[in-house]
Design a protein around this ligand. Structure first.
Ligand SMILES: [Zn+2]
Length: 75
């Protein structure tokens, strides 16, 4: 390996999730923050919960909610 062109490698980098979970991994960054992880992501927890941090669903429902509702009722 050439020196000076490779980023530092942290063998005990920590990933911190918004839910409080922590993971130790090897990374080029000493600390990584994430909003969802395997512990709290709806796909893994089986919960029906939307991950909506920016109000995108709200905006979508305001714009297209009536179409969505009509479709649901027609099923
Ligand atoms: Zn999490």
């Amino acid at each position: 390996m050439k020196k000076g062109i490779h980023p530092n490698y942290y063998e005990n980098a920590v990933i911190r999730c918004a839910c409080g979970a922590e993971y130790r991994i090897g990374s080029t960054r000493p600390e990584i923050r994430v909003e969802v992880c395997a512990k709290c992501h709806p796909f893994f927890t089986g919960e029906t919960r939307f991950v909506d941090t920016e109000g995108k669903i709200e905006k979508f429902m305001k714009k297209y909610g009536h179409i969505y509702q009509a479709k649901k009722e027609g099923e």
